[in-house]
Design a protein around this ligand. Structure first.
Ligand code: FES
Length: 169
């Protein structure tokens, strides 16, 4: 093997050096731009904050009342408002806030709307039934109880957070 084959000419050396330095500088300029463009996608989704709902606490009874409210939804670059509902009632000194989303196929349940099953949450889609505390009635299509909203009371205002699933009946 001759030594001549491994020699790098001045032209090649300049080419390699300029390509390397140029690539390094280009990466240095592009990385912040790429990071800036992708940042909302890379950021973990923020947990939903507690949102105040328009219900007078002293008017709440043991009868479930439907409360509608909106939350801000952030999906990468897109911000929107989403409508939510809850069935809210008093249980002694406590407040119960149930999701109206049926655990069978996601229809909306109503309180006391089925005359043959009074004092139950009724899902009209496939005749699903839930007790007042959200427990699914065995023998009807839903296989899990209604989700419960996290909630808190501050300065006389009810705040609702995430609707969390419970153990099945
Ligand atoms: S969606 Fe409610 S019973 Fe089927």
């Amino acid at each position: 093997m001759s030594e001549k084959k491994h020699r790098v000419s001045r032209r090649q050396f300049l080419n390699y050096t300029l390509t390397g330095v140029g690539g390094f500088m280009a990466a240095g300029m592009l990385m912040p731009m790429v990071r800036f463009a992708l940042d909302p996608v890379l950021r973990p989704a923020a947990a939903q904050d507690m949102v105040p709902v328009d219900v007078k606490l002293d008017e709440l009874t043991e009868e479930p009342t439907r409360v509608d409210f909106t939350i801000k939804q952030v999906d990468a670059w897109y911000e929107s408002e989403e409508s939510r509902s809850a069935w809210v009632y008093k249980e002694g000194d406590n407040i119960v806030a149930l999701s109206p989303i049926c655990k069978h196929l996601g229809c909306t349940v109503n309180w006391n709307s089925d005359k043959s099953n009074p004092n139950k949450f009724f899902c009209p889609c496939h005749y699903g039934l839930y007790d007042k505390d959200g427990t699914n009635v065995p023998g009807t299509p839903p296989l899990a109880p209604l989700d419960r909203y996290e909630h808190s009371v501050k300065d006389g205002t009810l705040y609702l957070g995430q609707a969390k699933p419970r153990e099945g009946a």
